[in-house]
Write a protein that binds this ligand. Sequence first.
Ligand code: ADP
Ligand code: MG
Length: 217
Amino acid sequence: MSALRGHELYRFFHVGDDETPALRGVDVQLEAGKMVALVGPSGSGKSTLLACLAGLDEPDGGHVDVMGERLSRRPEATRARLRARHIGMLMQSGNLFDHLTVSSNIALQIELSGKGEQGSLLQRLGIGEHGDAMPSQLSGGEAARAGLAVALAADPDILICDEPTAEVDADTEHRILEFLDERRRAGCAILVATHSASLAQCADRILRIKDGRIVHD
Ligand code: ADP
Ligand code: MG
């Protein structure tokens, strides 16, 4: 069984009379303990695919299964339950509630999912001293790591990251990479959209997307 499977996914956006086909029949499978890098030009459909796989957005065609259960076209409450139990998501932005400290953001995630522990996540990500900080006080790199800590707080089976190293320096990128590798070895199924060559190099498999389609070399 795949940890996460997207089957023949389609997604269309409409603005006025214009239709943008963001996904055009995408198949993707993630396995436990493997990291897949999703690579493609800006506007190729990476964020849309990640949002559909995480159950944050609904595909217009096709379906998503998570740990053998149907995630797509289910009531929001069902999707939220499956998401909380199985999926950690690091979006391009907006991973932290602005009015809560970093530690409270993590605590909220743990409460929502009913599992996980605060533990030493922040220390291990090198931002141990920022637990009491408000998100607005963090630098870009610190915010990326705090977002990752929230995504991983409930020890998810599946981790989906949208360009986690886009706004960080080389040191921080290295730290994030090591951390993703550690989660992979612990059995997490990981999908990372990225423009980073070093991140893609670490992946077990590279998935290339262009104009909403997976391209095979
Ligand atoms: P990427 O993450 O690879 O840069 P996106 O998934 O964000 O690509 O976008 C894919 C295509 O869908 C782009 O053409 C983008 O403009 C369009 N798109 C994404 N989200 C929306 C939206 N909410 N409304 C309209 N068009 C959108
Ligand atoms: Mg994107």
